[in-house]
Every structure is written in C-alpha cells, then in structure tokens.
Unconditional design. Structure first.
Length: 53
C-alpha cells in the first residue's frame, strides 16, 4: 500500500516551546504587563479611529 510515509516521532513533538530567561516576566508583574499592553492596544485603536474620520 505504500502511502504511509511516517518517519517516526520527532524528539521535540512532546515538548512545549520555552521562553528565554531574559524575556520571562515575574509572576507578580504579569497583571502590570497585561495592563500596559492593553492600554497600548486601546491607544492604537483610538488613534486609528480618529484618523479615519
């Protein structure tokens, strides 16, 4: 039947991607980081909305 071209399981298939240590956020700073990103998003959307009029 020759249609099964499975080469075997990859060594990385079962693992999740890891965050580099210099990009990790301390658990007590996560909400602060989300707040900053959310405010940046709001500002970018409101600027686009005002410029379209």
């Amino acid at each position: 039947m020759g249609r099964d071209n499975k080469q075997g399981q990859s060594a990385n298939k079962g693992s999740l991607p890891q965050t580099p240590k210099n990009q990790k956020i301390a658990p007590n700073k996560v909400s602060e980081e989300f707040s900053k990103e959310f405010m940046e998003l709001i500002h970018s959307v409101t600027k686009e909305g005002k410029s379209k009029k």
